[in-house]
Design a protein around this ligand. Structure first.
Ligand SMILES: *Cc1c(COP(=O)(O)O)cnc(C)c1O
Length: 391
């Protein structure tokens, strides 16, 4: 098939839910993707923070293909050693007590929302079900996680949305306090707003939120779907802030390219979700768990985390030298670039034409390179970006 045929068939047979770049990716290795015409691209996207080990990493391929040839699915009516291994590893890495395995970020967030509401209902009865999220957040595309998302543009068409969400301004503790009323059961936040434009929360704000939550038995829940899996130089970003939330959610990088999500909760919440209160057909799928097990064994060592931080610093330094760069922000290998000319979308399109895959978020350029990207691949990508930025 030619690129034109693929593009035409996409128009004809698929719902038009995505604005796509003019490239059809068909294979990849490391941080290099190849399109249907054989053209190569340096990948600064990892999907959208998904392929943390890059394309077709040898260990990952072996784990997934071996598992596909062993058992591809069992129902959650039976025990699975892969599910228990992944859950145990997640708990050991974080100090959380229990894990629910699912298939996506939105699903992990749905689980967190259900835990918060049931915990509060069990303990305090009805009427304490509100969840405070932040303005400019992003939590997913289901009707409930859209409601949790603090951006008006997402609150359209699909009425009625799930009730019980309220939005406080990020990094404004007075505004957050004003939203903490007697009906609030949880505060649910990203520590670096990803889709919102790579906006990190301040340590002071996060500390203050943690303190209020603790004082009032309000759950502190962190959406680590984008910031997790060592993306920011710690296994989970909350570890950079020195807090211990009640719940975190994880997905994107967790499976290294297959759909896996997880919701982790602390001991206080261990028994909130009882038999029958939640479930999923595919969650904890053996192939997904084999992939997650490989990812977890690879990206969580102190040496690997140090490398993520070093590469992040190196990329930032190179970016700061470029023309048209107004600000570089983010943590580890989650990086946003504000351009002087406010032309991120145009730059991203030109990068693709020149052989570099790059993301945008709001009016920023956004980089989420594979964590295993080599310095040589980084340099190749940087030189393409430089050429486009300075054109
Ligand atoms: C991507 C993302 C989600 C949604 O994840 P899906 O797997 O697309 O459902 C939720 N929260 C954050 C912070 C994300 O970046």
């Amino acid at each position: 098939m030619t690129f034109e045929e693929i593009k035409n068939d996409e128009q004809e047979y698929m719902m038009h839910t995505y604005g796509r770049f003019d490239a059809a990716i068909v294979s990849g290795k490391g941080a290099v993707a190849k399109d249907v015409n054989g053209k190569e691209y340096i990948d600064f996207t990892s999907g959208i923070g998904v392929n943390c080990l890059g394309y077709c990493d040898d260990g990952w391929v072996k784990a997934v293909s071996t598992q596909a040839a062993t058992v591809q699915h069992i129902s959650n009516l039976y025990y699975s050693p892969l599910q228990t291994e992944v859950s145990k590893k997640l708990c050991e890495l974080t100090g959380f007590d229990k894990v629910f395995l699912c298939n996506s970020g939105a699903e992990a967030n749905e689980c967190a929302i259900k835990i918060a509401r049931k915990y509060s209902f069990d303990k305090y009865g009805n009427g304490r079900q509100k969840i405070v999220t932040l303005v400019n957040s992003f939590h997913g595309r289901t009707v409930t996680t859209l409601a949790a998302t603090g951006q008006d543009v997402f609150h359209n068409y699909f009425f009625p949305f799930t009730e019980g969400f309220d939005y406080a301004e990020a990094n404004n503790i007075d505004d957050l306090k004003a939203h903490i009323k007697d009906d609030v059961c949880a505060v649910f936040i990203e520590l670096i707003q990803g889709e919102g434009g790579v906006m990190p929360l301040t340590k002071e704000f996060v500390d203050a939120v943690a303190e209020i939550c603790k004082e009032k038995d309000i759950l502190l829940m962190i959406d680590e779907v984008q910031t997790g899996m060592s993306r920011t130089g710690a296994v989970y970003c909350y570890q950079n802030y020195g807090i211990q939330p009640d719940v975190i959610t994880s997905a994107k990088g967790l499976g290294g390219g297959v759909p896996v999500g997880a919701c982790l909760c602390n001991k206080k919440l261990a028994d909130v979700m009882s038999a029958g209160s939640h479930g999923t057909t595919f969650g904890g799928n053996p192939i997904a768990c084999a992939a997650a097990k490989e990812v977890l064994s690879r990206v969580t060592t102190p040496e690997f985390l140090a490398e993520v931080r070093e590469k992040g610093e190196y990329i930032k330094k190179e970016l700061e030298k470029m023309d048209n760069v107004k600000e570089v922000r983010g943590m580890g290998m989650m990086i946003g670039i504000v351009t002087e000319k406010d032309n991120a979308k145009e730059i991203a399109k030109k990068c693709v034409e020149n052989g570099l895959l790059i993301l945008t978020a709001k009016n920023l350029l956004r980089l989420l390179p594979p964590l295993t990207i080599t310095y040589e691949e980084i340099d190749r990508g940087i030189s393409i970006l430089k050429k486009v930025m300075e054109a």
